[in-house]
Design a protein around this ligand. Structure first.
Ligand code: AVJ
Length: 325
């Protein structure tokens, strides 16, 4: 029997999307891979390590906001006191929102927490642990893509919505895509609904670059791990020793981009298809876009939101912006 060449013979839908995106990205010029695929089991672990590294400041900044300004965040969520759905896009382990959830439950606020995540492992974990650590919390986990799950959430209830999009996840899109994302999200909301969006701000370029090129080399491993995932899940043979990691932050545009650089002329085979890498060829792996407060407000306004206020950390490196639909 002939083995299928250059085609997709992966059966489950998740695998198929992964395969198609990888092939399309590596056939393109310049080559690129999508950072949303960083987060397999090992990737989750490496990201935890990044968050614990001394150079990676965004998590600490947002954690400071959620622990020191919990009361302010609760007031924003509660608005006129009517019941609401608190929907978190990309909830992860919910360590930041945990403080807000606990505070709201203690105040006997009438709300349901709907964490949305692409990882089923994450949703199971939250459903098992949060009701124990926060007794009385109403929780309904949704496993899937942001907008599909937002649609599902709207079908389940017609209460007003408070959306959390934390961690600077909006930065993982180029500016034009972030604009489209906000417009699309707006279509799932009603007037008066609230979005709380974590945004990493433009700052001293050295601080930013250090966060994405840590001395311990965890970010490099985090990037290389996607090649290992492709090897394992898509039947490929990347030699990760022959790729180096390079990160560049450009103060003018606020774009912080990560690349993997081929150290030699080499070929990589992915499920029967050969990809050629010349020495110094690069794969664009990730963008972590930084904004000024003004820039993010402009994006929100163009998407039909009203900027209400923003909370910031003591260094003023990060904001949680509050926008009303
Ligand atoms: C999870 C997207 C917020 O871009 O800062 C950390 C991911 N990449 N170090 C970020 C990441 C490299 C992170 N986000």
């Amino acid at each position: 029997m002939l083995t299928q060449r250059c085609g997709c013979n992966f059966t489950d839908i998740e695998h198929k999307h992964f395969y198609n995106d990888v092939i399309k990205g590596l056939r393109a010029s310049p080559k690129r891979l999508h950072s949303k695929y960083f987060y397999d089991e090992r990737g989750d672990e490496l990201f935890q390590q990044i968050m614990n590294s001394p150079e990676y400041y965004p998590t600490d900044c947002e954690m400071e906001i959620f622990t020191r300004q919990t009361h302010e965040l609760a007031k924003i969520a509660q608005q006129d006191g009517s019941p609401f759905d608190l929907i978190e896009l990309g909830a992860g382990d919910a360590t930041k929102s945990f403080h807000l959830l606990k505070y709201l439950v203690n105040q006997e606020t009438d709300f349901t927490y709907l964490p949305i995540d692409i990882s089923s492992h994450v949703i199971t974990y939250l459903e098992e642990t949060l009701p124990l650590s926060i007794p009385g919390l109403n929780l309904n986990g949704l496993n899937g893509e942001y907008f599909e799950m937002l649609k599902k959430a709207s079908a389940l209830s017609n209460r007003r919505k408070v959306i959390l999009l934390l961690g600077g996840n909006i930065g993982n899109m180029p500016v034009a895509d972030a604009q489209d994302f906000c417009i699309e999200m707006r279509r799932h909301l009603s007037p008066g609904d609230i979005v709380v969006m974590g945004v990493d701000l433009k700052k001293n370029p050295k601080v930013i670059r250090a966060a994405y090129e840590d001395a311990g080399g965890v970010t490099k491993q985090f990037n290389l791990n996607l090649l290992l995932r492709i090897n394992r899940e898509l039947n490929a043979d990347f030699n990760v020793d022959q790729f180096d990691h390079y990160c560049n932050y450009e103060p003018e545009t606020g774009a912080c981009k990560s690349y993997l650089i081929s150290l030699i002329n080499q070929q990589v085979c992915i499920n029967g298809e050969t990809f050629i890498f010349k020495r110094d060829d690069y794969i664009w792996m990730e963008i972590s876009q930084k904004y000024t407060v003004d820039e993010i407000n402009q994006i929100a306004i163009r998407a039909g939101y009203r900027p209400m206020q923003h909370l910031t950390d003591s260094k003023q490196w990060f904001i949680d912006g509050v926008f009303m639909a």
